[in-house]
Write a protein that binds this ligand. Sequence first.
Ligand SMILES: O=P(O)(O)OC[C@H]1O[C@H](OP(=O)(O)OP(=O)(O)O)[C@H](O)[C@@H]1O
Ligand code: HPA
Length: 179
Amino acid sequence: MKQDVARILFSEKEIEEKVIALGNQITKEYKGKELVLIGVLKGANIFMSDLMRKIDMPITIDFMAVSSYGSSTTSSGVVKILKDLDNSIEDKHVIIIEDIIDTGLTLHYLCENLLSRNPKSLKICTLLDKPERRKVELKVDYKGYDIPDEFIIGYGIDYAEKYRNLPYVATLKRAVYEK
Ligand SMILES: O=P(O)(O)OC[C@H]1O[C@H](OP(=O)(O)OP(=O)(O)O)[C@H](O)[C@@H]1O
Ligand code: HPA
């Protein structure tokens, strides 16, 4: 697994500090409000688990599973809902938690879909953002890092379902996906 890593972009320690800062910011801005975090599976699983423990107020969580990449390194643009929310978000303050935004097509679809369910507010939080790759405009409210246009793995993020359990964020060697 490690031999397929080209370069480590963010270490476990750096990610931890960033997650603490995001958790503090969210706590400050939502204190006293009814907040639901919606994790987008599978990629956001690790980020969501770490972030929610850095939010110091009562919250609830829910998950959606969507997929647009399959086993490719480029988005198909077609977003499939594999698992929907368990509970209504009507009149709730909602933050969507993502691991990475690339073309923005997944979140564009998700925002439209969730807005139609009448939340009180809807914001986006992502650990990583590749703004160069954007195909649709999105307002990102909470962000860990901007990253260059390279294929990313680790800390929940996969290539063909592998590498999610690397504890850091890294780039994948080209030879792995070009063979
Ligand atoms: O901005 P976009 O170009 O739409 O790409 C971002 C999406 O791609 C990844 O999910 P993926 O479809 O690979 O599923 P996964 O979370 O199960 O890995 C990632 O978790 C985002 O949801
Ligand atoms: O760089 C990436 N790596 C893995 N999955 C992704 N989904 C969008 N961009 C990426």
